[in-house]
Every structure is written in structure tokens, then in C-alpha cells.
Write a protein that binds this ligand. Structure first.
Ligand code: GDP
Ligand code: IMO
Ligand code: MG
Length: 429
């Protein structure tokens, strides 16, 4: 039995979708356990691109997919995504997609509050995806959230909506200068969504657990990245859930002892969308070249991603926080053609070397990366499928990452396609 978690080690968009799609071949179940449609996971199969925001990336391999209790679900977006996948010839329905009855529902007022707060913050904004993620988790924590089980009980759902909208509309109109939301229209729309999604809703914890008892292999698909974690990331420039591997158990309703391995996805350089500290960010032609060659635009919002050198301080942080057993290096092909590559090995703060990621953002902002420089390679490596065939300089770059992070590399990705991959170790076999 192998139950593997795939998580992002940086600030998201490391290529989790591609790797989950690749490994889903060996899994029976694929599970999302946190986040919502702030995620944008890209898969490319036979030249065709698929982007999923809520449906686990195992759907293309025909695996049973679960949306766990830790996910916040916008039902309108989910229904749209189901239609989008069907239109692309993917089999998807209540037989192979299951939604936890305990998952929280994103409501229109969550999106309006997200939008209104960001607008009010001006240049201090977090740069959220505007999908209502933070306000939905906030209601979960204050015990005013609406779960799928509540959505399906139409009478009590209507009562809950009418009650909560009194408060939400007061805040929206009186404080954020946003439009009020009409409870009756909301109830009408969400009742329609509830009817369509009811066949998908079940006790996901029980289903995954019974599968595990039958020796099914489970792949847990993280969203965002370790440094967007609400506790361990660059708070407050983070998302509103725990993105670290520990939450895979809590967010899907299984115990931590079931997990057999954790793969940390590492982009061969670093990117970030939205605001917040980024010590190795590049503001020069090299940063622009990486952004262009890597097509670094957000899969959810289309925003240009900020780009910078690989940072092993954050990778060591990710290894510790997630119990990463193996790394997957993605987008190695993008670095081809650069004369030199830099790797950040530590931070310097007022003359002192810091080896750990500081919690204080003022300290982090004043940190200067300490770099090691390696020669780059000029070859196009995207057609290479064996480690031995990589240019020596690319091998040296990978070996140095393994040494600095003290964790083995299991998989190397050299292109967006499912098969543009070099597998050194498959955690399922
Ligand atoms: P995720 O959010 O972690 O799933 O990552 P995204 O899908 O948001 O962003 C990763 C982007 O890089 C997508 O456009 C992928 O198609 C692409 N990608 C993934 N792996 C590779 C790779 O090895 N090389 C290249 N050139 N592109 C890749
Ligand atoms: P995937 O799963 C990259 C960022 C947003 C913003 C912050 C908070 O594709 O890696 P939120 O809407 O969550 O309240 O925004 O988090 N963010 C992501 N950045 N990839 C993601 O997901 C992200 N999901 C959220 O840009 O800075
Ligand atoms: Mg993404």
C-alpha cells in the first residue's frame, strides 16, 4: 500500500498538477484536501492542455477523485469545471468524483468581501485570487460556514442564508462600499447547484478509509505551496489554509499513520504570484527571460508571475515542515541557455548568516541572499528521458540541489507534457 502526498515547496505553481497527473497512473484514488479554486493546476497530455481548479488532477487518468472536508468549494465553479472536462471528452460524474459532505461552500458574499477588502487595502493588498477563499475559511473558523450537508437541506439552508446575509450585507454596504446581496436570488441559485451536486456528496473520510483497507493506493494533491501556508508561510501574504503535508490527513479525514511518502515539488527556479516577500526575486533581463521562456503567467488569474533564482533556504524549510521523502524538480528545461545559474544557500541579515527562514517580514525584507554560482548549459533538454543523457552541467545543478537540501531527487520534469519526464524513483512501485 502506498499513500503519497504531493505538495508544493515554494509559493505555488511548481507543477503539482503535471506530477499528480503523471503519478495518478499508479494510484486508485486522488484527493484534494485544502484550498479551493484559487488553485490552477495544468496538465498536458498528447499536446492538449487541461487546467483544473477544484477537480483533482487524477481525473484525466480515469481515477476516483475526492474533494475532502478541508477544501472550500464554489459550487458554480465546480459545475462549470465538470462541464469543461466533459466537453474535452473526460469521463466525470458521481461515479468518479466525490465531494465531502463536510466541505465548506464558497458563497457570493465571500467573493464580494474578498474583492472589497483587497480594493480597500490599495497597495497594501495581498493580491488574492479574488475567489472568496479567505472569507470562506474565516466563516468556517467562526462556525458560521455552510457545508455541503447544510446546502443539501434546503429549508435550513434558506434560514441560514437569510440570517447570515443580514450581517454580511451590513458589512458589505456599510464598510466595504460593495453591493448588497439578495438572499432570495442566492437561495434560488444555490438550490439549483445543490440539486445538481447532491449525487456527488458523501462521507469522503469513510470512503477513502475503506479503500485503504482494500489496499487501494491514494495520491493526495496539495494546492498552493508551503510558503503560502497560513501558519508557516510569509504571513500575512499567504493563503487561508494549511498547505503543508500534515493537513492531507486532517483535510481528508484519515489518520497521519496512513501516509507512506511525501513528494515535494520544486520548480528549478522560484516564482510567486501576488504580493509578499521573495528574497531571490530578479528584476533584470534574466528574470524577464525566465518569465518568458517558462510562460510564467498564473493559471487561475492570468497574472504575470514574479521570477527569481532557486532558494534552498525555503526548500530546507519545506523539507522540515512536510517530511519530504523525495523531490521532484520541474521546469529544468527553462533554465537552458543561461550562462550562469545561481542558487541561494543562506540569507545575510545585518552581517549575520541566517540558515532558517525568518518569521518577521521586516527581517525577511532586509535579508540578502547568499548565492553560489554554477555554470549553465546551452542544450535543449526537453527531449531527454534518461538522467544519463542530461548535459553534465545540468546534472551538476541537480546534484548540488540534492546536497544543499539533503533530500533525494525522485523525478525530473523537462517539459509540460505528461511524458516529458525523467523518473528516477517511482514511489508507487
Ligand atoms: P501547479 O499549480 O503547481 O499545478 O502548477 P501550474 O500548472 O500553475 O504551473 C506550472 C506550469 O508549468 C504549467 O503551465 C505547466 O504546464 C508547466 N510545466 C510543468 N512542468 C513543466 C516543465 O518541466 N517544463 C516546462 N517548460 N513547463 C512545465
Ligand atoms: P496553485 O495550487 C500560486 C496566492 C495568491 C495570493 C495569496 C492569497 O496553483 O499552486 P487567496 O486567493 O488564496 O486568498 O490568495 O495566495 N495563491 C497562489 N499562488 N499558486 C496558487 O495555487 C495559489 N493560490 C493562492 O496569488 O498571493
Ligand atoms: Mg497553479
Amino acid at each position: 500500500m502506498a499513500n503519497i502526498i504531493v505538495i508544493g515547496t515554494q509559493w505555488g505553481d511548481e507543477g503539482k498538477g503535471k506530477i499528480v497527473d503523471l503519478l495518478a497512473e499508479y494510484a486508485d484514488y486522488v484527493v484534494r484536501f485544502q484550498g479551493g479554486n484559487n488553485a490552477g493546476h495544468t496538465m498536458v497530455v498528447n499536446g492538449e492542455q487541461f487546467i483544473s481548479h477544484l477537480v483533482p488532477s487524477g481525473i484525466l487518468q480515469g481515477k476516483t477523485c475526492f474533494i475532502g472536508n478541508g477544501v472550500v468549494v464554489d459550487p458554480e465553479v465546480l459545475l462549470g469545471e465538470i462541464e469543461y472536462l466533459k466537453s474535452k471528452g473526460i469521463t466525470i460524474g458521481p461515479d468518479n468524483l466525490k465531494i465531502s459532505e463536510r466541505a465548506q461552500v464558497i458563497m457570493p458574499y465571500h467573493k464580494a468581501i474578498d474583492h472589497g477588502r483587497e480594493k480597500m487595502k490599495g497597495d497594501k493588498k495581498i493580491g488574492t485570487t479574488g475567489r472568496g477563499i479567505g472569507p470562506c475559511y474565516e466563516d468556517k473558523a467562526t462556525r458560521r460556514g455552510i457545508r455541503f450537508v447544510d446546502l443539501l437541506d434546503s429549508e435550513s439552508f434558506s434560514d441560514k442564508v437569510r440570517t447570515i446575509l443580514k450581517e454580511k450585507n451590513f458589512y458589505l454596504t456599510g464598510f466595504l462600499s460593495e453591493q448588497a446581496i439578495d438572499p432570495e436570488e442566492l437561495i434560488r441559485n444555490y438550490t439549483r447547484y445543490a440539486e445538481q451536486l447532491a449525487p456527488y456528496v458523501e462521507n469522503v473520510s469513510v470512503s477513502i478509509h475503506s479503500g485503504m483497507r482494500e489496499n487501494k493506493h491514494v495520491l493526495f494533491e496539495g494546492a498552493q505551496g508551503t510558503h503560502l501556508d497560513i501558519d508557516h508561510g510569509t504571513y500575512p501574504y499567504v493563503t487561508s489554509s494549511n498547505t503543508v503535508s500534515g493537513n492531507a490527513a486532517c483535510g481528508s479525514g484519515i489518520g497521519p499513520m496512513e501516509i507512506t511518502g511525501v513528494l515535494g515539488i520544486v520548480k528549478a527556479y522560484t516564482t510567486r504570484v501576488g504580493a509578499g516577500p521573495f528574497p531571490t526575486e530578479l528584476f533584470d533581463d534574466i528574470g524577464d527571460a525566465i518569465q518568458k521562456k517558462g510562460a510564467e503567467f498564473g493559471a487561475t488569474t492570468g497574472r504575470r508571475r514574479r521570477c527569481g533564482w532557486l532558494d534552498t533556504v525555503i526548500l530546507e524549510n519545506a523539507v522540515r515542515l512536510n517530511s519530504i521523502s523525495g523531490m521532484v524538480i520541474t521546469k529544468l528545461d527553462v533554465l537552458g541557455g543561461l550562462d550562469e545559474l545561481k542558487i541561494c544557500t543562506a540569507y545575510e541579515y545585518k552581517g549575520t548568516i541566517l540558515n532558517h527562514f525568518p518569521a518577521n517580514l521586516d527581517i525577511l525584507a532586509a535579508c540578502k541572499p547568499v548565492y553560489e554560482t554554477l555554470p549553465g548549459w546551452q542544450e535543449d533538454i526537453s527531449a531527454i528521458r534518461k538522467f544519463a543523457d542530461l548535459p553534465q552541467k545540468a546534472k551538476n545543478y541537480l546534484k548540488r540541489i540534492e546536497e544543499l537540501v539533503r533530500t533525494p531527487i525522485d523525478i525530473i520534469s523537462v517539459g509540460p507534457g505528461r511524458n516529458e519526464t525523467i523518473v528516477l524513483k517511482n514511489c508507487f512501485v
